[in-house]
Structures are given as structure tokens and as C-alpha cells.
Design a protein around this ligand. Sequence first.
Ligand SMILES: Nc1nc2c(ncn2[C@@H]2O[C@H](COP(=O)(O)OP(=O)(O)OP(=O)(O)O)[C@@H](O)[C@H]2O)c(=O)[nH]1
Length: 184
Amino acid sequence: MAPQTKRKICVMGFRAVGKSTITIQYVDKHCPDTYNPTIENTFQKVIKLGSREYSTEIIDTAGQDEYSILQKQYSVGIHGYILVYSVTSASSLEVVKVLNDKILNALGTEKIPRVLVGNKSDLEGERQISKEEAQSLANKWECAFCECSGKNNVNVEEVFKLMLQEIDKSQQPEQQQNSGLTIK
Ligand SMILES: Nc1nc2c(ncn2[C@@H]2O[C@H](COP(=O)(O)OP(=O)(O)OP(=O)(O)O)[C@@H](O)[C@H]2O)c(=O)[nH]1
């Protein structure tokens, strides 16, 4: 069997957008009952994708806002970023834009594997951000995009699959790279 490929992924975004719910739903297959603001949690999961196995470390970070300083441990040794906003909160998308700028500045390159994730897609009646608006932002950033519901476990697997694919793509020679992947 091929050796496991190590991946370190950081889940970031504004407070209460659902970072922990998505992560715990994916790793432990359940939705937390109560809202507990996260300080920082690290999860380990072996993910099988096609013929490859990934030994994955997923860092669920504390909620950030536009004034948060990007901590050093979130800019060193991270393979990819899951940038979460809530489709019910326009300001959470603004925070993700600021976060994205901070990450790009800290790493000094635009070629960073990222997935833009619109969570709480089950709350259609409270929607403030359209899929089209977020998709066009992801196109501009040349990163992957999907919406999901951590609560209802819809598209959560896809978030992490897209992340691993984006990381793999970034490690291929330039000519083999396609534009950002999307799961609708
Ligand atoms: N309706 C709905 N609620 C959700 C969803 N995901 C999370 N929530 C709720 O949103 C609240 C915040 O969820 P968390 O997962 O703790 O959010 P977080 O981004 O980790 O929060 P911080 O640790 O404070 O940054 C909780 O009450 C969750 O139940 C979702 O997909 N749909």
C-alpha cells in the first residue's frame, strides 16, 4: 500500500458561522447540540480519496473578525484553508475576504489552496449571500467553492474532498492545473 500523504488543513472564518459543526460532523459524524465558542481544536482523520490515503490534521480555529491578527501557527506548515462564511450573514463574507487577504499577504503568494464554503444552506429563508456572488468571488480567487449545511450534513464530505483536491492540484506542474473546482 502507498504511504499516507500528510495534510494539514486550517478551518477559518467569523464567529458562529459553523466551523466546528462542519468539522465535527465530518470527523465524528454528529452535530454538536449546543454552541460552544471554540478556542482551538485539532482533529485527526485518515481520508481515502481514490487510491490515495491522506493522514489529515484539521485545525478548527477560534472565530476571527476583520481585526484579528493571523497567528503564526496558521501561516506556517498549512497545506490548505477552508474559509467559512454563513449564507445568512453578509458580514461573515466580508470577514472571509479580509482573512483571505491576510493569508495571501502572510504567505506572499496567491497560489494557496483554498475552499470558500457557504455554510447554513438549510436556512434558505434567511439567505443574504447568493450562490452566484460567492461563486464569482471564488472564481476571482481561483479557488474551489461549495455551499453546505453542517447541521443537516449536506455537502460536508465535499468540502474536505475539494480541499484535498485543491492541495493536490497545487502540487502538480503548472500546465496540469485547471481552474477552481466546484460542487453544486
Ligand atoms: N441552521 C444551521 N445552523 C448551523 C449550521 N452549522 C452551525 N449551525 C449553528 O450555528 C451556531 C454556531 O456553530 P459553530 O459550529 O459552533 O460555529 P463556529 O464557527 O465554530 O463558532 P466559533 O467557535 O465561535 O467561531 C450553533 O448554534 C450551530 O448549531 C448549519 O449548517 N445550519
